[in-house]
Design a protein around this ligand. Structure first.
Ligand SMILES: [Zn+2]
Length: 154
């Protein structure tokens, strides 16, 4: 289950200019936000995940995540005030309230397209939900594919 080499939000925002290879693909996948750099490839560091999500469209969802997270979002409290991505809004709010010490531009984004998105998301969610830096996400639904490690009913 290889995660991409993490890049900062700041690098992400310049990816179309710097290198197209830095951009997430348009396909389905899981994405994570961490405070610290890590090598990618394996699993993200459990105690440092700020956010985890899954999508059918990685490029679009990560663009709107980063947009909300750097402050192009409603200034009201609560993810209902997000413009496009509630997790991005939660990151912005956590930083504004000093619950997250890292400037959102310095957070790291990584993604994985080579996994069952449902299984990977719920696994990472279960690992990370008690982290002090985790900004919160609704409990993801369990995978409903028979035979998967985190299938329904387990
Ligand atoms: Zn699965």
């Amino acid at each position: 289950m290889p995660f991409s080499k993490p890049i900062t939000f700041r690098t992400f925002l310049t990816a179309p200019i710097e290198a197209e290879t830095l951009m997430p693909p348009r396909q389905a996948g899981v994405y994570v936000v961490t405070r610290k750099e890590w090598d990618g490839g394996g699993n993200p560091p459990e105690n440092d995940v700020v956010y985890v999500g899954r999508t059918t469209a990685l490029l679009y969802r990560t663009i709107v995540l980063v947009t909300d997270a750097i402050g192009f979002t409603g200034q009201g409290k609560g993810s209902a005030n997000s413009y496009y991505h509630s997790g991005g809004h939660n990151i912005w709010e956590a930083w504004k309230e000093k619950r997250l010490s890292r400037d959102p531009r310095t957070l790291y984004l990584s993604w994985n397209t080579d996994c069952c998105e449902a299984c990977e998301e719920i696994k990472l969610y279960e690992q990370c939900r008690k982290n002090e830096c985790f900004v919160g996400v609704a409990t993801p639904p369990r995978c409903n594919i028979s035979g998967h490690p985190i299938g329904s009913g387990k």
